[in-house]
Design a protein around this ligand. Sequence first.
Ligand code: PXP
Length: 244
Amino acid sequence: MIRLHVNIDHVATVRNARGTAYPDPVFAAQLCEQAGADGITCHLREDRRHMRDADVERIRASVSTLLNLEMAATEEMTTIAARLRPDVITLVPERREERTTEGGLDVVGTRPAIERVAEMCTTQGIKLSLFIAVDLAMVEASHALGVEQVELHTGEYCHAAPLRREHELARLATAARCAQGLGLEVAAGHGLNRHNVIEVAALPEIVELNIGHALISDAVFFGLKRAIDGFREAIDRGIGRRPL
Ligand code: PXP
C-alpha cells in the first residue's frame, strides 16, 4: 500500500570520502531491489557532492523497479534528465551551502522553470513530482501546474520538539488530505527513521515514501536487507493504524 523508494545518495557520499570506486551505488541499488524496495531514488546535485553523472547513468541502466531522479529545475539538469529518462523526476530546491534539501520548492516563484521541466516530462513520458513544504498554497499551486504528484517535506515534523510534534503531524495530515482531494498522488520524505515513519505511514493519503539517510545508516550496522525490512515493518505498523 505504500511504495518504499530508497535514496542511495549516501552510499556515494561514503565512496567519495575516499575517492575509491567502492561502495558502489549501483550495487546498493541492486541490493535494495533484491530486498524489496519499490524504487531507487537519487539526487544529482549541481555540485555533484554525492551522485555523479556516470552513477545515475549506470543506475538507470541497472534499475528494474523504478528510478526517481531528484533534481533542481535547471537547464543543465533538464538536458541530463531528458537523455537519462528516469521513470519519475522529483523537483527539489537546491542551495549550494545547504547540507541537504532544506525546504520545499517555491512552486509559485519558480513556476516558469517548473513548466519547462514539465514540458520535457510530457514529451518523454516521465512522471513529475514536486517536493513541497507542508503548505496548502504550495499544494494548490502544484495542482494548478498539472503535475501528478507532490512529495510533502516531513522535515519539520521529524525535527519538531516533542510538544510540537502533534501539531506538525496535523499539518501534514491536512496537506495530504488537500492534495489527494485535488487528485494529486501524495508522497512524503525527509528525516524519516524507523520510529517517526510510523505516524506518517498512518496517514491514509500517503502512497510513497522516499527514505535515505536513516535507512543507509541502519544498513551500516545491519546490511541493506535488514534495514529495508526494518522500515517495512515500521511502515506496516503505521498502515495498521489507519482508520478503517
Ligand atoms: N525526498 C527528497 C525530495 C529529498 O531531497 C530527500 C533528501 O535527499 C529525501 C526524500 C530523503 O531524505 P532523508 O535522507 O532525510 O531520508
